[in-house]
Design a protein around this ligand. Structure first.
Ligand code: SAH
Length: 215
């Protein structure tokens, strides 16, 4: 997986390649689908949610440029796999999940494999997690109508926000960086994620926008 899917496509961060070679992805996959664990694809994890393709996990993590002493926020815990990788790469990780069942399962799994710097919280992640802000890195693993304002506000100086933006007809991965009151962003690649729900996400049924202004 590391060589064929990640290095071949240009992932260079040595610590990240080590993390992805060390954390056992199959631990986060439902037993029925275990043989797909290291394949080049996303996998269903229940509740109509998916664990991202390994390359997407790597690309999004690499964009945060983690060195090891950061506090990171993830929105969309899902299986907990991305959170485990972030835990390996940073000092402390908070990860928010709106499905209690997924949050509980991910927390148990992380504990079972001995990752103890990742805290799973059952909450609407579109609001961020002001309790522990600011964050050096924020990663959203579901597609938002636009970069959610609360997440931008919870970025530390120089901190980065990686977020898929768009709807069912097309999404692009955006990477934002904060400099004081200014935010720069680059558009990285087209992507395909499940919708971010919640106050600053899409509607609860389908992709209808709830008309919530991003303010
Ligand atoms: N990072 C995950 C994949 C996540 S799939 C992994 O490594 O397995 C996207 C997840 O985002 C789903 O579990 C979904 O329930 C969650 N989600 C969607 N909207 C959310 C919101 N507003 N707050 C928290 N979690 C949300």
């Amino acid at each position: 997986m590391v060589k064929d899917q990640l290095v071949r496509r240009g992932i260079r961060d040595e610590r990240l390649l080590k993390a992805m070679g060390t954390i056992a992805r199959h631990e986060f996959i439902p037993a029925k689908k275990i043989e797909l664990a290291y394949e080049d694809q996303p996998i269903g994890i229940g509740k109509r949610q998916t664990i991202s393709q390994p390359y997407m996990v790597a690309l999004m993590t690499e964009l945060l440029e983690l060195k090891g002493d950061e506090v990171v926020l993830e929105i969309g815990t899902g299986s907990g796999y991305q959170a485990a990788i972030l835990g390996y790469m940073a000092k402390k990780v908070y990860t928010l999940e709106r499905h209690a069942e997924l949050a509980d399962r991910a927390a148990a799994q992380l504990e079972r494999i001995g990752i103890n710097n990742v805290e799973v919280v059952h909450a609407d992640g579109s609001l961020g997690f002001p309790e522990h802000a600011p964050y050096n890195g924020i990663i959203v693993t579901a597609a938002a109508p636009q970069a959610p304002r609360p997440l931008m506000e919870q970025l530390a100086e120089g901190g980065r926000l990686v977020v898929p933006v768009g709807g069912p007809k097309g999404q692009k991965l955006q990477c934002w960086q904060r400099f004081g009151d200014k935010y720069n962003h680059v558009v990285v690649v087209p992507v395909s994620f499940v919708p971010l729900r919640g106050k600053y996400g899409w509607g609860l049924r389908g992709w209808r926008h709830r008309r919530k202004r991003n303010k």
